[in-house]
Design a protein. Sequence first.
Length: 231
Amino acid sequence: MPQRTEKTKAVTMAENQGVSAFPLPPSKYVNMYTDENVKRGRAPLPPPPIQDTYTMFGAQFNADDAIIRPLESQGFRRLHPQNYDHKRELKKLNHSILVNFLDLIDILIKAPDSTKRTEKLEDLNLLFIHMHHLINEFRPHQARETLRVMMERQKKERAQISKNFETHLNKVKELIQTSLQSLPEDFSFDSKSLVKTELLQASQHHNGYDMETEPCDQLDRMMCDIVDGMG
């Protein structure tokens, strides 16, 4: 009930100041980036990149910090050496967490108010932090493996597309070859039936007739010359 009252007070204060206590629904942001708003330049600009420091989950970070920071820089005591096998250390941490958890149960049964309970909780917290840190150190390897698998999948897809294209190309070639073979052999003009234009032109110049002045008589003479040439 007190949490609900504090939440109600926060909402009331935000309303009085004219600022929403909660972020807008996703649809509100999407509606700001319509084609019309983008075309007219009215779409909100992306936030500027972080230059110095930023806060995340209540902790302050520097923009230049490494993604995976050493345990010493975070104020934790290192339980494993600098050079180690991740797989072996994770197994050791898993075993230590199990043993310390059993010890904590034994302390809670025999002496729940003992200071050893707090010490054991701190030990468990440190062990979990180390395990989480070692898992995070696997993130670059996980990213590389994910990229490798993705590229191998793309390679297989492109090889399959190329293979399918080659198969269709061969089918088209076979279809064209079959169509050419199915054409009749006598599908050609007889050269004897073609009129030699040289004879026509020579006849016109030799006789000196004009087709425009004597069309009918000239056509008759041309036909005769053609017949004579074929003979």
